[in-house]
Design a protein. Structure first.
Lengths: 166, 255
């Protein structure tokens, strides 16, 4: 059996980057990466031996993130959610002027946000992104288009407002 | 337009991501040259894509913290696995020792009488499992001591008392019921001011021998003995000298 260590380790910086972009909290992001690595090690023999390790690791991380986010919502962490929204909105006042795209993508649905990160930052192929997100390739293309459209609208709305103030 | 077929939305996305072949890229660029609105839109997409990458660059470049090193994660996993295997092994011994015929009995007869060794082994496994428990170290707390002892006595088939170990600095936290070999086992847990925990383990065991058997497993020291059909074990992170008087006190309490 191949030693998983050297095959997994090169991808940890990218996993941390993706986790941070999803959560925008260093500790929680590293918790998510740690859980991802633990799960990857325990399921190493179950993965497709000829599959792409990087895409497999990102799939684990994203699934963990989504299931956690769902269970947090189920538990009704409404206070936290409100705080998050307020925080994002406040940050955005200053953010969009300097094109804080990282803050802006928080306004997008998780799928679209993940898509922008996987394709635009992590350089996954459209096919790999489709597999990681568990959606057909056609859906990836239309979601990507919609995500970028919404992002433009977010920034454009802000720009108009700033001009009017002047 | 310089190539076959009209430009479709998917190709604009692929252009933003730099994923078009030369021919189609040239075609898209020609199309954009003639459509300033779309050109502006695509240019903004590319700027935002680059901005996002730029914002996350630092996170990618920084060194990976030790807790995310594979070697450290594996070491932690191995430790967990070893603890589980030890618990399973002890669980198996519980059956084999009780029958008097198992692996342990066959191989260790000369070292320690199997019944006492089995009690010590079970006690240590139970100690390891529950002493680290933060949320639920005991099933029934000492605040319900009468109920606890009545309950455990009934399930154990032996009147059980909680020995007073305050002279040694240990106070009763409570207890729990555990699986024994033929019947149930009971565990009483004590702790001292520093949070150090001690357990008293009792279950039915064949024989009437009363010799104390000392056993050390890592930091956990155990004195075990058999008395009138019951096995007793006192386990704590202590030295043999510290533990012996406590075991003697417990022995006297039940004798």
């Amino acid at each position: 059996m191949a030693d998983p260590g050297p095959l997994i380790e090169p991808h940890i910086p990218a996993l941390r980057r993706y986790a941070f972009a999803l959560l925008r909290d260093r500790d929680r992001a590293d918790d998510l990466v740690q859980d991802t690595l633990e799960r990857a090690l325990s399921r190493w023999l179950l993965r497709h031996a000829d599959g792409d390790v990087r895409a497999w690791l990102f799939t684990i991380l994203r699934n963990l993130h989504v299931s956690r986010w769902r269970s947090e919502r189920r538990r009704g962490a409404s206070v936290d959610m409100d705080e998050t929204t307020v925080g994002v909105a406040a940050r955005q006042e200053a953010a969009l002027e300097v094109h804080d795209v990282l803050a802006a993508i928080d306004q997008l649905p998780e799928e679209q946000k993940s898509l922008l990160l996987l394709v635009g930052v992590e350089d996954f192929s459209y096919d790999d992104a489709a597999r990681i997100l568990g959606m057909p390739l056609g859906t990836v293309m239309s979601r990507l288009s919609r995500a970028r459209q919404r992002l433009r609208a977010l920034v454009a709305g802000k720009v108009t407002l700033l001009r009017r103030v002047k | 337009m310089t190539s076959d077929g009209p430009i479709v939305e998917d190709e604009l996305q692929a252009y933003v991501d730099g994923r078009l072949g030369d021919a189609r890229r040239t075609a898209v660029e020609a199309y954009l040259a003639q459509n300033p609105d779309v050109r502006e839109r695509v240019a903004l997409d590319i700027r935002q894509r680059n901005a996002l990458r730029g914002q996350l660059e630092g996170r990618f470049a920084e060194p990976v913290p030790p807790r995310l090193w594979i070697a450290n994660i594996r070491a932690a996993r191995r430790a967990t696995l070893a603890r589980r295997l030890a618990a399973i092994a002890a669980g198996l011994l519980l059956f084999t020792v009780g029958a008097g015929t198992g692996w342990f009995a066959a191989h260790h007869e000369t070292l320690a009488p199997p019944a006492t060794a089995g009690v010590a082994q079970n006690a240590t496994a139970a100690y390891r499992t529950y002493v680290v428990e933060v949320a639920h170290p005991v099933e029934v707390a000492s605040s319900q001591e009468a109920h606890l002892l009545q309950w455990l006595s009934r399930r154990l088939g032996k009147p059980l008392a909680a020995p007073d170990l305050t002279p040694f600095g240990y106070h009763l936290m409570g207890g729990r019921l555990l699986p024994g070999n033929d019947s149930a086992a009971a565990q009483l847990m004590y702790d001292d001011a520093s949070g150090k925990r001690l357990t008293l383990y009792v279950r039915a065991a064949p024989g009437s021998e009363t010799a104390f058997r000392f056993n050390r497993d890592g930091d956990a020291a155990t004195f075990a003995w058999i008395d009138q059909g019951f096995g007793f074990a006192v386990t704590a992170p202590a030295t043999r000298e510290e533990l012996l008087p406590i075991a003697e006190a417990v022995y006297r309490r039940f004798n």
